[in-house]
Design a protein around this ligand. Structure first.
Ligand code: ADP
Length: 670
């Protein structure tokens, strides 16, 4: 009987497991690295143990040390979550040898599915349909190229040890093949320490449909229907949903049964996901099986009403499955959107920093936010940049989608750039509403979804102005009452009037705001602000409480999250974030030594390729250097035409975020 569980993970999934364990009356132990000393999962667990420095290889991946601690603390079972040790057969074996239950499938099943190529072989033998391709042991590049040529392009190279879309490359012609293979192998080596490759026919319009399976140790197995995860960027899931739209009952049953066949082929036990590619004609192919709980498991929980972590724990306890196939029913529709700290306007570069402001939509039975962070936490460079998962449910797809859109509008994160607005653009796009789902959805519709929505500055100018005076009043309240410290433009016997200049989206707005009573201001928009009605002089009043601006403009009340960081006011409107820089006096021209011509590292990482040398002429947008950070390659481009004046680093050098990598003298000053 499991009475105490150690969760060998962090972030939202650690919190997710702790929640169910608590509901089941099971004691919990969290583990944490130096970077996570104050993390939410540590606070939520009954006990927490320190396991080492921030990099995962020195903490969350130290299976032996975690196991030793688990023994000392007398835990009965270890839940690995996803990622880290979840699909590590050696760790599962060590748990077993030390009398601790590994909450996951058998060691044999993990091993069997650990390699994409070995898994394909097993599935082929079991009669599960496969995408045509080559998944043999002979890794001779000529052989792999030949099978690609025979199959016909496009093909997809995959690292057999791969996951998370890493070590994967589409190849569209024979000419591209060699470079693509080299790049995929390089990425696979750095991510998995294994550069073995397989190649598959690249299907051009498939959907990614996966089946949630569950088996116990008593030969029972069920499928908990499907999830459609076709909305992907660089082969990584962005928005998932259940059930898959336009799926007939017959196809659902066929795919469910094929998935169970796959599970039974490896004597599966616990939660597993069998991923398929589904073609428009209804043909489907096995892609891989993930032997763990998936990130997107909540959408299945929402439509079935089952708690999959509870099922995992029961199976690990050797109980029989809580339900049989005919007892499982689907209800309504659910979406999950992955909220990431990344910049959609800068090639989705992972972002780091302090979550100065964090407001989630109101949660309840039908709106769930699975997260591992709270306001004030840091998003560090060390781990996956996922901040949260927003999960919604409603009676049908249209209603659930409308709920997703509204919830994304009410999700405000400040201090770290996120993909929230990008998610909202996908959710509100016509093809998504029409469920025209294919794995190339994002590429196909990139024009409409990549266009950053511009929030109309004019609409929110009064709010920004009010936020400014309220923030100023707050700052003044915190300073002394010495006359020189008073900054509220007070003039005796005059109406207090302040001239302010905001810079919004590179446009200057000069306004004046007059305080007419202790609680009211009148805003004078001025004549020189194009597009605004100068005659309009709105009356403003309001307050800022708990980072929310309560604002009344000419009697109309609204409330939006608001934040002031480094002289910049950010207003979180339903249409996106509006940021206004409060202009400061100009302190003169930049000195000659200022490094305005430098190409800088986006974040801590390693130089994997230096593509230019001193003296080279470069064109704006040309790739100049490739830095690998967070296991992804980021190609950095020249910001303008010019000549390379200096290269500060070489291949294999470690670089810190923000440092100058290459100095380019702009063309006009050459
Ligand atoms: P990973 O384990 O790295 O996530 P997968 O094998 O699960 O890689 O594939 C990830 C995604 O890549 C799939 O969801 C699908 O969109 C795409 N993909 C994989 N194989 C193919 C293929 N043969 N043809 C087209 N797309 C594919």
């Amino acid at each position: 009987m499991i009475k105490k569980i150690l969760i060998a993970n962090r972030g939202e999934i650690a919190c997710r497991v702790i929640k169910t364990a608590k509901e089941m009356g099971i004691a919990t132990v969290a583990v944490y690295s130096e970077a996570d000393i104050n993390a939410l999962h540590v606070k939520q667990a009954d006990e927490a143990i320190f396991i080492g420095p921030a990099p995962s290889k020195d903490s969350y991946l130290r299976g032996d040390f975690i196991l030793q601690k688990a023994k000392e603390l007398k835990v009965d079972a270890i839940h690995p979550g996803y990622g880290f040790l979840s699909e590590n057969a050696a760790f599962a074996r060590a748990c077993d040898q030390n009398g601790i239950i590994f909450i996951g499938p058998t060691i044999e099943a993990i091993e069997a599915m650990g390699s994409k190529s070995a898994a394909k072989q097993i599935m082929q033998d079991a009669g599960v349909p496969l995408v045509p391709g080559y998944h043999g042991d002979d890794q001779n590049p000529t052989l792999i190229k030949q099978s690609s040529n025979d199959m016909g392009y496009p093909v997809l190279l995959k690292a057999t040890a791969g996951g998370g879309g890493k070590g994967m490359r589409q190849v569209w012609s024979e000419q591209e093949f060699d470079d693509a293979l080299a790049a995929a192998k390089r990425e696979a080596m750095s991510s998995f320490n294994d550069d073995k490759m397989l190649v598959e026919k690249y299907l051009t319009e498939p959907r990614h449909v996966e089946i949630q399976v569950f088996c116990d140790n008593h030969s029972n197995g069920v499928y908990l229907f499907e999830r459609d995860c076709s909305i992907q960027r660089r082969h990584q899931k962005v928005i998932e949903e259940a059930p898959a739209p336009n799926m007939s009952d017959d196809l659902r049953r066929q795919m469910g049964e094929a998935a169970l066949k796959a599970a039974f082929a490896i004597n599966y036990s616990g939660a597993g996901t069998v991923e398929f590619l589904l073609n428009p004609d209804g043909s489907f192919y096995f892609m891989e099986m993930n032997t763990r709980l998936q990130v997107e498991h909540p959408v299945t929980e929402m439509i079935t009403g089952e708690d999959l972590v509870e099922w995992q724990i029961r199976v690990a306890n050797n109980e029989i499955l809580p339900k049989q196939q005919d007892q499982l029913k689907m209800r309504g529709h659910s979406f999950e959107a992955r909220v990431y700290a990344e910049d959609p306007n800068n090639d989705f570069l992972p972002a780091t920093g302090t979550l100065h402001l964090l407001k989630t939509p109101v949660t309840g039975a039908n709106v769930r936010v699975d997260t591992g962070v709270v306001q004030g936490d840091e998003v560090s460079i060390y781990y996956d940049p996922m901040i949260a998962k927003l999960i919604v449910w409603d009676e049908d797809r249209a209603k659930a989608l409308s709920k997703l859109e509204t919830c994304l509008q009410h999700y405000a994160i400040g201090g770290v750039v996120t993909n929230i607005d990008y998610l909202r653009r996908i959710a509100s796009s016509t093809p998504f509403k029409e469920a025209k789902l294919t794995t190339d959805f994002i590429e196909r519709h990139s024009d409409s979804i990549s266009t950053k929505s511009e929030v109309d500055a004019n609409t929110y100018l009064p709010h920004i102005a009010l936020a400014h005076v309220l923030f100023e009043a707050k700052l003044n309240a915190n300073s002394t009452d010495h006359p020189w410290d008073i900054k509220d433009a007070y003039r005796s016997n005059l109406t207090h009037c302040e001239n302010i200049e905001f810079n919004i989206n590179e446009q200057a707005f000069a306004l004046s705001i007059a305080k007419t009573s202790t609680t009211e201001w009148i805003l004078d928009i001025g004549e020189h602000n194009v597009g605004l009605d100068a005659e309009q002089k709105p009356t403003l009043s309001g307050s800022i409480e708990n980072d929310i601006l309560h604002c009344t403009v000419d009697g109309i009340k609204t409330q939006y999250p608001v934040m002031l960081v480094d002289n910049q006011i950010s207003l979180f409107t339903p249409h996106g974030i509006l940021s206004a820089k409060v202009e400061q006096p100009d302190f003169g021209e930049m000195g000659e030594d200022d490094h305005i011509n430098a190409v800088v590292a986006p974040m801590n990482g390693t130089v994997v390729a230096l593509l230019v040398k001193v003296g080279d002429a470069v064109k704006k947008g040309q790739q100049v250097i490739i830095v690998e950070a967070m296991k992804m390659e980021h190609s950095i481009k020249a910001p303008y035409d010019g000549v390379v004046a200096e290269c500060f680093f070489n291949t294999s050098d470690l670089v810190s975020g923000g440092v100058a990598l290459i100095d380019i003298t702009a063309a006009e000053s050459v």
